[in-house]
Design a protein around this ligand. Structure first.
Ligand code: FAD
Length: 252
């Protein structure tokens, strides 16, 4: 399998660093191909604007998606973005490795998505979800969080991790067609014992080696939705197995 790891941590000796090293070593030893984009080490610029392009569709008014479409048609992305797009299209599996920051992606990784997942390349023309550009490929979030697991349960103060990661799993990965593997979450790596950290790394090794068959999250089937992308009458919510997509007030 060809695996692309996008790594977003500023410290090589961090637990995130250990996770990426673990994944890379395990996958290579098992005969897989691996590419890593270490965003901080690369000095990746996360700001999305005209700097994304070598082409100009409209010099007077910047409409990012219009410029993205134009650049897609005219091979007009700057080399640093084209290189990331090439890795993305090369990969059969994508891993986003990051610490949870303010319930979301660190800015450098969010900016990588903003710039690399461009209209015309990663989506556009109603190519989304099961009809998405990356259909048939897998993607997984590998996340560390400061808080311990009970805080991130349904009755915990932060609510479930599935709700926190929904914008990434659904809004980015499933939207562009990936089959989304259940996230691998490490709770409080700085608050647990060295033995527990080693155990997490071993579990993660198994997870990446089993990426092709790991459990996946349910995603929408576009055939269940009408032209307005509203679920057709008579079709029950298919995606609510863990309840995270149903507002708490409506949860049984
Ligand atoms: P580190 O602190 O680097 O590592 C933890 C421990 O693992 C250290 O003791 C380290 O020495 C050890 N370690 C490193 N390598 C190995 C190895 N090979 N084997 C064994 N042990 C090793 N948390 C939340 O819960 N929710 C939030 O919304 C949130 N927002 C944040 C926003 C910001 C801006 C910041 C800075 C932090 C936030 N946090 C939040 C906390 C953050 O998610 C955690 O600090 C982070 O996930 C911890 O991961 P790390 O890789 O940085 O751990």
């Amino acid at each position: 399998m060809r695996v692309f790891i996008v790594h977003a941590h500023h410290e090589a000796k961090s637990f995130n660093g250990a996770m990426t090293q673990t994944a890379q070593r395990a996958l290579l030893a098992a005969g897989h191909e691996v590419l890593v984009s270490d965003l901080y080490a690369m000095g990746f610029d996360p700001v999305s604007d005209r700097r994304n392009f070598t082409t100009v569709r409209d010099p007077l008014l910047l409409r990012q998606q219009t410029e993205e479409s134009y650049a897609s048609e005219h091979n007009g992305f700057v080399p640093e973005l084209q290189a990331e797009m090439d890795k993305l299209f090369w990969a059969e599996a994508l891993i986003l490795q990051f610490p949870l920051w303010w319930f979301g992606l660190p800015a450098i990784l969010k900016g990588w998505v903003d710039r690399v997942f461009a209209v015309g390349r990663a989506y556009g023309g109603r190519r989304w979800f099961d009809r998405g550009v990356f259909a048939g490929r897998r993607a997984m979030c590998s996340v560390t969080v400061g808080g311990l697991a009970p805080m991130y349960s349904y009755s915990g103060i932060n609510g479930p991790m599935s709700a926190i990661l929904f914008p990434i799993n659904h809004g980015i990965l499933a939207f562009t067609g990936f089959t989304v593997v259940e996230p691998f979450v490490v709770h409080g790596p700085g608050r647990i014992t060295p033995a527990q950290r080693s155990e997490y790394l071993e579990l993660y090794r198994y997870r990446v080696l089993g990426l092709a068959s790991a459990n996946v999250l349910p995603g929408p089937n576009t055939a269940d939705y009408d032209e307005s992308l509203v679920r057709k009458a008579g079709i029950s919510p298919a995606d609510d197995q863990d309840g995270s997509r149903v507002p708490a007030a409506r949860r049984p």
